[in-house]
Write a protein that binds this ligand. Structure first.
Ligand SMILES: [Zn+2]
Length: 457
């Protein structure tokens, strides 16, 4: 027996290919899939309906998809607040190098909880700090996502270019080339699920050109393609990175990535702020995706990514929170607004990014970037039932003319319900499967413990 949940009397933004919307409609969930949706009430005579939700005053959208994050940073928020990327990294690496499994698990819970209660149904974590002898960090992160019911991609990161090789991280924070590749392959083999509706996937994710050797990039790309998983890294984030690439490799970041096998439709990169026309063409030609992180780019004064130009060229673009050491809010729904506002900065840019384009970046765009647009990212029959009910009938939003505008440009909207695979993970703004207050206490304790260990080192 397939159990049905009927949601009625709501506005719906499907984010399908035609941007179909219903001012007053219904969605029927059957098991883990969307069975039907449309205008008006649900069809009569549905069997096995276990729940009917009167969603009056709500907008229903696909669940938000986060495409770039570093969960461990949840316990180092609010530090080095007035630094650019390189100074910020150098200030924080010594603390980050002291993390252990217990800290990483708590930080993952904090990061996931914050996103889930704000409408994220698919999360990712780019984790690249693996100090020796600190336990099973990948397992701890994946376990936290599983417990909270959030769909998840672990981008198994790595660093092997330390200060002695001209890189940025200190020696004690990096792995060896062979060690990083072997551990990444083991993580893929243990955790990656390639099936439709998978809750856990793994990507190969060396950290960045200035913290990773050319061999690790090249062999990482080969490993990912041999295993049939996706590739992720940071790219073209700052002017300093651009200068670094020209000095060390005699070319800009995008050409360097292309020379190491890092452009392709199985690749997505965070930031891509400093891209010229030929870089954008290369991304469009190869189908390489972008995780746009507007708040982090602003916080670190990295610059403004050319998202409207990327979209016009056909580059797949999703949104990213980025680590919460450079975006303390840890929310993705507010990135819809920030993406729109930041991409309009400048004269005559009033139509550079619309509210509907911003919603698309945070849903279908993200699904595409993660290689999952056939499963999630829009509300269509047969797709997985990952969807959010946003409450828009209270003081903050009730007088805003249009629900999508209310969601994107209004204050952060409360989530009445959020579903992943048809399973409810948020109810009335609170996590259904985890205790937020306990997570808040634990993360504060772990942040203190890390600060004390780092101060003693
Ligand atoms: Zn990042």
């Amino acid at each position: 027996m397939v159990q049905r949940i009927v949601i009625e009397n709501c506005s719906i933004a499907t984010v399908d290919a035609d941007d179909t919307e219903y001012a007053d409609g219904h969605v029927v969930i059957a098991g883990d899939r969307i069975e039907s949706l449309g205008a008006g009430r649900a069809p009569e005579g549905l069997t096995d309906v276990v729940r009917r939700i009167d969603a009056t005053g709500h907008l229903v959208t696909p669940g938000l998809v986060n495409t770039h994050h570093h969960f461990y940073q949840w316990i180092t928020r609010g530090l080095a607040t007035d630094h650019n990327l390189f100074d910020w990294l150098v200030a924080l690496y010594p603390t980050w190098a002291r993390i252990d499994e217990q800290m990483v698990h708590a930080a993952a819970q904090g990061s996931l909880a914050m996103m889930a209660r704000g409408g994220v149904t698919t999360a990712m974590d780019h984790h690249y700090v693996f100090p020796r002898g600190t336990g099973d960090l990948s397992g701890a992160i994946i376990g936290a996502a599983r417990d909270m019911g959030v769909r998840f991609t672990l981008a198994r990161g790595s660093m092997d270019r330390s200060e002695k090789d001209g890189g940025l991280p200190p020696d004690f924070a990096v792995e060896t080339l062979d060690g990083a590749l072997a551990a990444t392959e083991a993580t893929v083999r243990e955790h990656h699920d390639a099936s439709f509706g998978a809750m856990t996937q793994v990507a190969v994710a060396p950290c960045s050109p200035f913290s990773v050797s050319t061999e690790l990039l090249r062999e990482g790309a080969q490993l990912a393609r041999r295993l049939g998983v996706r590739l992720h890294t940071h790219g073209s984030e700052t002017v300093e990175e651009e200068k670094f690439c020209h000095e060390l490799f005699g070319m800009g970041p995008t050409d360097y990535f292309e020379s190491t096998g890092w452009l392709g439709e199985d690749v997505w990169m965070a930031h891509c702020v400093h891209m010229n026309d030929s870089d954008i063409d290369a991304f469009a030609r190869t189908g390489t995706g972008v995780a746009h992180c507007p708040s982090s780019n602003a916080r670190l004064a990295a610059g403004i990514a050319r998202v409207p130009d990327m979209l016009a060229a056909g580059v797949p673009v999703g949104l990213g929170v980025d680590g919460t050491a450079s975006n303390e809010s840890g929310e993705l729904h507010t990135e819809l607004r920030n993406a729109l506002l930041i991409n309009r900065l400048g004269a005559h840019r009033e139509a550079a990014l619309t509210a509907r384009q911003a919603l698309r970046l945070g849903t279908h765009g993200g699904a595409r970037v993660l290689g999952r647009a056939h499963e999630i990212g829009s509300l269509e029959p047969g797709k997985l039932a990952d969807l959010v009910l946003w409450k828009l009938d209270t003081l903050a939003h009730a007088s805003i003319a249009d629900p999508v505008t209310a969601l994107v440009l209004g204050a952060a909207a409360p989530v009445t319900a959020s579903f992943v695979n048809g399973r409810q993970i948020v109810a009335d703004g609170r996590l259904s499967l985890a205790d937020e207050d306990a997570i808040a206490r634990t993360t504060r304790e772990e942040a203190r413990r890390l600060a004390e260990i780092a101060a003693r080192a």
